[in-house]
Design a binder for this molecule. Structure first.
Ligand SMILES: Cc1ncc(COP(=O)(O)O)c(C=O)c1O
Length: 393
């Protein structure tokens, strides 16, 4: 408690375990270079490109004009919760009661609430290394212990039932999966996910599945864990497929008997999600907006199909074809043994911003970088040409 460093810094001991996103250093430097007149091809940040769908923008403007800019109930406006239940029915053929759907401020809000509801101090949460960096920090925030399990190309950079079984300890409480994954863009095989659920259920734990990149797959269709289980926590968001990152809106599907606790915690943490964003999100689910999202999805497919072979040609090793999200996780060990230094050098000398592996864990992080490809193909082509010149210099 009276640790001198703590007194000096006035912050909790926990903060020593919370890392910044290293990609922010890359992006900050990229902005400085741009401000100084340099042209930068930015493939670092995981964000959809291009305009927002018209129906969303118009619904947002209508909501502002109608004064729909207040707090709502902690679980979201009933119309949006019902519309999301309709989404599960029409997209997946799964009946999810509206009462189990909680609208949250981004899937970030949903992840924090899920961890708060499920994890006691000292409880262990199993997750893949590499995976989305904030997850281990959500766990740390509620004083749990993230157990990051090294995964590689052999399992498509995903956990398996066998890995979960082998890492299970008396303190394990939660297993987190993301399919498609950030940073690898890989999907977890549906039968494997079912097998993981069996292992978790048999041991009295809870499975949390982050489905934020659903809608953005390029071969196999999306299948939700809700198809086979109603005791899972599902995380989703309007950020990626719907292209609404800055509106800060997502949702959580939880078991019925947890909903009261979800509501209590969400009320206390956030009071509510943005009313304005919720009305805009209603429009995001309409056929007109979905047609727009699908066009963008097809553009991502073309961008992936363009970038993947070219990265391989210039020396990146990509052993597992990314089938979802908008990322390519590439092994750069033929080019460097220090992916962070490589990202910084590539930015300074080639004008290309990419994310270093260290952001996503520690397992072979120095050998990997992540490319985010929602960019027009000519921009990606320019990025690859610059990288090639840099590598061959
Ligand atoms: C796997 C994953 N989960 C959750 C999030 C958080 O997204 P948001 O809070 O915008 O819904 C991200 C953002 O990149 C992500 O990649």
């Amino acid at each position: 408690m009276n640790h001198p460093e703590r007194l000096q810094r006035r912050v909790s001991a926990r903060m020593a375990d919370i890392d910044t996103f290293h990609v922010v250093a890359v992006v900050t430097r990229a902005k400085e270079l741009e401000a100084a007149g340099r042209s930068i091809v930015n493939m670092a940040i995981g964000e959809p490109d291009g305009p927002i769908a018209d129906p969303i923008a118009e619904a947002g403007i209508r909501a502002i004009r109608a004064g729909l800019v207040r707090y709502t109930g902690g679980l979201g406006i009933p119309e949006l919760r019902r519309a999301l239940a309709g989404w599960y029915q029409s997209r997946y053929g799964v009946a999810v009661p509206t009462s189990r759907i909680a609208v949250m401020p981004g899937s970030s809000g949903a992840l924090l609430v899920a961890m708060g509801v499920l994890v006691d101090p000292g409880d262990e949460v199993l997750m893949a290394d590499p995976s989305y960096p904030a997850n281990r920090h959500f766990v740390r925030t509620v004083n749990g212990r993230a157990v990051c399990i090294p995964v590689g190309a052999d399992s498509g950079y995903q956990l398996t039932a066998d890995l979960v079984e082998r890492h299970w300890s008396p303190r394990t409480r939660v297993v987190m999966l993301a399919t498609p994954s950030n940073p690898t863009g890989t999907l977890i095989d549906f039968d494997e996910m079912r097998a993981i659920h069996e292992v978790v259920r048999a041991r009295g734990g809870v499975l949390v599945v982050d489905e934020i990149y659903h809608g953005l797959t390029y071969g196999r269709p999306d299948r939700t864990a809700l198809e086979f289980a109603d005791d899972v926590f599902i995380i989703n968001s309007f950020s990626k497929y719907f292209g609404m990152t800055g509106w800060r809106l997502g949702w959580l599907v939880a078991p019925e008997d947890c909903m009261h606790d979800v509501e209590k915690l969400a009320q206390n943490l956030f009071i509510s999600s943005s009313e304005l964003a919720q009305h805009a999100a209603l429009a995001a689910l309409t056929p007109e907006a979905v047609a727009f999202h699908e066009q963008r999805h097809e553009a991502y497919r073309a961008q992936r199909d363009f970038l993947l072979p070219r990265l391989r040609e210039i020396g990146f090793d990509i052993p597992v074809e990314p089938e979802g999200a908008f990322y390519i996780y590439a092994n750069c060990s033929k080019l460097t043994q220090d992916s962070y230094g490589f990202c910084m050098d590539v930015l300074e000398h080639a004008g290309v911003a990419i994310a270093p592996g260290i952001d996503f864990g520690t397992h072979r992080a120095a050998e990997h970088v992540r490319f985010s490809y929602p960019k027009p193909i000519p921009v990606l082509a320019e990025g690859v040409a610059r990288l090639e010149r840099f590598i061959k210099r």
